[in-house]
Write a protein that binds this ligand. Structure first.
Ligand SMILES: [Zn+2]
Length: 357
């Protein structure tokens, strides 16, 4: 019996975020949003230099005003050493909560260090750049390789749409690319179910699709960067995270297009953003799946997500090789790539969808 099949048959405790506080200036209410977690005395804020200035300092002030003793750890990276240091600080400071303020890295370190230390965590995203802001998985670099680790979802998410609307547009667009690629991820999951007897959760699959459809429907509004369009992006990212929590796996949001992105990370010296690479991967994956790749490409273009290798600064040979080698990433996860593509097949597919000339 596959893991996901157990999900549908047995009793499971699905861990979801308890509070989602989102809207303009939501950060100002972080104290009351955290009240649900009980009377907290000490906390650790994890941020980096940039996100401390964007929101970390304000969170520190607000929690100090609440009477909490706050320690700030400004991280230089998200690797094993930084993770150990964060856990050490939680222990030494006696922190009862970890607050991650940032895009990817501070959130990942806060998520994993709090999980390992048995304390809850609060997610304060400063850029809606990927679906990790509300998910239970953390991506941390170990021995030079980005590793996806099991952790827990945030107890509280404070999504301040004023801050998030001011994030560089490239990061917002990348977050959209990450979620829209759920379309091909879910299709791959269905293929895994049909061809390989893999366990499947319709609930998780539909939630994942829903998050992508939300962005597809609102694609033309997203470049306007209004509070409302940012809220749609945040909702989609969080729904995608919830889909993964329901499946207890990244499966609903990670198929061949994610393998392609991870494959690029291995090959390319300066990879593009995660969501941008997944978006490219999703277009070619949809083509291989016999799906509506043109619709996906058009939506990506409407949002302003690059749809060619050259627009992302990727070389022709790099994307061909990444697509050929994508099957080697998580080989146990069945996708449309099956046992892999030949060089010629990979080149033909990438050419057909216009990713390369
Ligand atoms: Zn992703």
């Amino acid at each position: 019996m596959g893991k996901s099949e157990e999900i549908t048959l047995g009793i499971r405790n699905i861990r979801l975020p308890a509070v989602l506080s989102r809207g303009p200036n939501a950060i100002e209410g972080i104290g009351s949003a955290m009240d649900l977690l009980g009377d907290l005395g000490r906390g650790l804020i994890i941020c980096d230099k940039i996100t401390y200035n964007i929101a970390g300092r304000r969170v520190e002030q607000l929690l100090n005003e609440k009477g909490m003793k706050i320690l700030v750890y400004s991280i230089p990276a998200a690797n094993g050493k930084v993770l150990d240091r964060a856990k050490g600080l939680i222990f030494k400071h006696g922190a009862e909560i970890a607050v991650g303020v940032g895009g990817g890295r501070p959130i990942d370190i806060a998520k994993k260090s709090s999980f390992d230390s048995g304390i809850p965590f609060v997610s304060v995203p400063t850029a809606p750049s990927h679906d990790g802001i509300g998910s239970a998985r953390a991506s941390i670099r170990l021995d030079g390789i980005n590793t996806s680790m099991a952790a827990h979802p945030p107890a509280v998410i404070v999504a301040d749409t004023t801050i998030l609307s001011n994030a560089p547009y490239r990061l917002i667009a990348s977050g959209c690319g990450d979620v829209i690629s759920n379309i091909t991820a879910v299709r791959d999951w269905e293929i895994g179910r049909d061809e390989n007897g893999e366990g499947f959760s319709e609930y998780a699959a539909e939630l994942s699709r829903l998050s992508a459809k939300l962005l597809i429907r609102h694609a033309s509004e997203i470049p306007e960067k209004t509070g409302n369009s940012t809220r749609v992006v945040v909702d989609a990212l969080i729904t995608s995270g919830i889909a993964m929590a329901v499946a207890d796996s990244s499966r609903p949001a990670s198929g061949a297009e994610h393998k392609f992105s991870h494959s690029l990370d291995r090959i390319v010296e300066r990879p593009a953003l995660h969501g941008e690479q997944c978006a490219l991967g999703s277009i070619v994956t949809a083509y291989l799946q016999g799906g509506d790749w043109e619709m996906l490409r058009d939506v990506m273009e409407t949002i302003g997500i690059p749809t060619t290798a050259s627009a992302l600064g990727l070389k022709r040979e790099e994307v061909i090789r990444a697509l050929m080698e994508a099957k080697d990433i998580r080989p146990e996860r069945y996708t449309i790539l099956g046992k892999g593509l030949t060089c010629q097949e990979a080149e033909e597919a990438l050419k057909h969808v216009g990713i390369i000339d």
